[in-house]
Design a protein around this ligand. Structure first.
Ligand code: UDP
Length: 479
């Protein structure tokens, strides 16, 4: 009978470890707190190896299944195609296969929801409508960025500039700290760019979702969430679906893979408390060769201990390893002459990938130079590690504004007249965050956020309750 079939939720991913991690964490928390659900995660791919992705997926509980969709081809796209286009197309081109799989699920389970991340609501809307499954968005970043999505179509009409970088006045979203036009995410900053029109169309489609789960929490972004929810009630100008703050959903050190961890962790064990700065630009972030050189010199000049996840430099793109993670060439070759010898014992250089969660949760780690990817940001908050914000691409500059200007748990680096973050500034920030008096307010604020993050996920916490609301809706859907 229908009743005896299990309640089921389908999740369709897009490429990018920064999307896979929070969506699998969401699935894990759902089945842990609401064991009546089973989940199937659909993974589009272009045939590339996905080594780290597979490691992450191996550790999932039994009630979460994963299905790799047949590889799609990007052979027809220009070589320099931007990441957003490929991300969107990876799912768009997988829709027929996804639809077939969903039909199979519909026959054997009570499929109540289809969850997609931020790039795909328009791609799956027709399918979900046809099959009678409600589409939900899991938004893997923050409420401020979500507000911007709902405002972009209006800004498109309101501002006549070609690039938001030219705006003189700061932009202020309801309940949010003001930011400059140049901090708008890359894909919607330049009106003439190839991604712009498509992204504006996508922004308008966000109102099609039956609900939006956000990987952030009330105490972190009270103003931004209230702003979203108030506009939701006003109805009219904006059509904002119900919003559910369910974060911070991050891996814990016990659940994450320990790939290569021994070396880093053994080294960290030997360092004094709070003495090490961890340097990483996420799975996709890359620096130019000149910038990599400045960073090396800055770390060396600071005299502080560090773990640096290095990638081969790229002079054209700031997200050169988004689809691959691993650098093609050995990144160690690109370090300044003699750097490894001079920093021996003080610094540890790790090529391409490090066990980040374990590093951030280690007592020896005292600061984090981060590209402000939202998962990295949340992981730092959960472990109370103060930040040096060095945003590179996507919505990272917006995250940096939130961290530096609003929450005041980060210092943000500035580029000099050559477009580089200079070694002096790097050395000053690193020294300040590890041992300076000026770093104390940051450390104190971070500690408070860490406590708040723990509270919201406790049995009575606001994010736990939010998730329960979603589960209730899905439960009713299944009746
Ligand atoms: N990560 C990691 N080791 C690395 C680089 C990244 O474990 O060397 C993890 C990190 O802990 C985070 C995710 O990969 O969970 C990166 O997500 P984020 O949103 O910070 O950045 P993105 O890679 O999407 O730019």
């Amino acid at each position: 009978t229908e009743e005896s079939k299990s309640l089921h939720v389908a999740i369709a991913l897009t490429p990018g470890i920064g999307h896979l991690i929070p969506l699998t964490e969401f699935a894990k928390r759902l089945v842990l707190h609401h064991p009546e659900f089973e989940v199937t995660i659909f993974i589009p791919n272009d045939g590339s190896p996905m080594k780290y992705q597979k490691q992450l997926l191996q550790a999932l509980p039994k009630s979460i299944s994963t299905i790799f969709l047949p590889p799609v081809s990007f052979d027809d796209l220009p070589l320099d195609v931007d990441a957003e286009t490929k991300i969107v197309l990876s799912l768009v081109r997988s829709i027929p296969a996804l639809k077939d799989s969903l039909k199979v699920l519909l026959e054997s389970t009570r499929l109540v929801a289809l969850v997609v991340d931020l790039f795909c609501i328009d791609a799956v809307y027709d399918v979900s409508k046809e099959l009678g499954i409600k589409p939900f968005i899991f938004f893997p970043t923050n409420a401020m960025a979500l507000q911007l999505i709902f405002h972009m179509p209006k800004y498109d009409q309101m501002f006549s500039c070609e690039s938001y970088s030219d705006l003189v006045e700061p932009i202020e979203l309801p309940g949010c700290v003001p930011f400059q036009g140049r901090d708008i995410p890359d894909s919607v900053r330049e009106k003439k760019s190839v991604t712009y029109q498509g992204m504006i169309r996508l922004c308008k489609c966000f109102s099609l979702a039956a609900g939006i789960m956000v990987n952030s929490f009330m105490d972190l972004e009270k103003g931004a969430f209230k702003g979203l929810m108030n506009q939701n009630q006003k109805q009219g100008e904006f059509d904002i679906p119900p919003i559910y703050p369910v974060g911070p959903l991050v891996r814990t050190s016990s659940s994450s893979s320990t790939h290569g961890s021994n070396n880093c962790l053994r080294w960290l064990n030997e360092q004094p408390d709070g003495s090490v700065v961890y340097v990483s630009f996420g799975s996709g972030g890359t620096l130019s060769s000149q910038q990599m050189n400045e960073l090396a010199m800055g770390l060396e000049m600071s005299g502080q201990r560090f773990i640096w996840v290095v990638k081969s430099p790229n002079d054209k793109a700031k997200n050169a390893t988004y689809f691959g993670v691993d650098s093609v060439d050995d990144p160690i070759h690109f370090l300044p002459n003699g750097f490894l010898e001079r920093t021996k014992g003080v610094g540890l250089v790790v090529p391409s990938w490090a066990p980040q969660v374990e590093i951030l949760s280690h007592g020896s780690t005292g600061g984090f130079i981060t590209h402000c990817g939202w998962n990295s940001t949340l992981e730092a908050i959960v472990h109370g590690v103060p930040l040096i914000a060095w945003p590179l691409y996507a919505e990272q500059r917006l995250n940096a504004v939130l961290l530096a200007d609003d929450l005041k748990v980060a210092w943000r680096v500035k580029e000099n007249e050559n477009g580089l973050v200079g070694r002096d500034e790097i050395a000053k920030f690193v020294k300040g965050i590890i041992e300076g008096e000026e770093g104390k307010p940051l450390r104190d604020k971070m500690r408070k956020l860490k406590d708040a993050a723990k509270m919201v996920l406790s049995p009575d916490g606001s994010s736990t309750k939010s998730l329960a609301k979603v589960a209730e809706i899905w439960n009713n859907q299944g009746k």
